[in-house]
Design a protein around this ligand. Structure first.
Ligand SMILES: [Ca+2]
Length: 205
């Protein structure tokens, strides 16, 4: 019995050695504390009763509470860059009822805004768009509907989307961040939560 156990243990050890080491999980470029989706930490139209980033668990809405944003380049099987993906993670499942979920950045072309937006309101229904500000033309480009999976909203941008935005495989997005707002179509306020960072991301890095 003892020898059989030894053989089993040895086999397990060999199997472990034969397995490829698992890659480290990707690290989000943007992270935010939880419990602060409350409209009151620098998020009112005017007046800030508390400094930004002060958690207030009472009244915080998990469906609008930013946890992180992860930007990842996407490649074909041949290793060619096909665009990128941005995953907005929330504390709780998303609530697509008159809400704007936005992943923010800027680029050398769209210097004020390169915004990925998944929103729902009475005028538009549910749409995913790319809002461009500060470039040759302020405009909004329709995107493939984002994937909503429980507490994650996943935006996918193709090279065609980037080209339509005046961008390319060389584009570097900076000032990465996110904000979540009440969506009443032309009025997108108040803001529930916001996350900012100094991080940057090369779309085909
Ligand atoms: Ca948060």
């Amino acid at each position: 019995m003892k020898s059989r156990l030894a053989l089993v243990a040895a086999g397990a050890a060999l199997a472990a050695l034969a397995m490829p080491s698992s890659a480290a999980p990707p690290v989000p470029q943007v992270t935010d504390l939880t419990g602060d989706a409350n409209m009151i930490n620098g998020q009112l139209l005017s007046g800030d009763p508390l400094p930004p980033g002060v958690p207030t668990p009472v009244g915080s809405d998990n469906s609008k509470d930013i946890v992180s944003v992860l930007f990842e380049s996407q490649k074909s099987k041949a290793g060619v860059c096909t665009g990128f993906r941005a995953t907005l993670e929330l504390k709780g499942p998303a609530n697509l009822s008159n809400v704007l979920y936005r992943v923010r950045s800027v680029s050398a072309v769209n210097t004020t805004g390169f915004w990925l937006q998944h929103r729902n309101n009475v005028s538009l229904g549910t749409v995913t768009t790319l809002r461009l500000i500060g470039g040759p033309e302020v405009k909004t480009i329709p995107l493939t509907l984002a994937t909503v999976a429980e507490n994650k909203i996943i935006f996918n941008l193709t090279m065609s989307d980037l080209k339509a935005a005046g961008e390319s495989a060389k584009t570097v997005l900076s000032n990465l961040g996110s904000d979540i707002r009440t969506d009443a179509w032309q009025l997108t306020a108040p803001q529930w939560d916001e996350a900012l960072s100094d991080s940057s991301f090369k779309v085909c890095g």
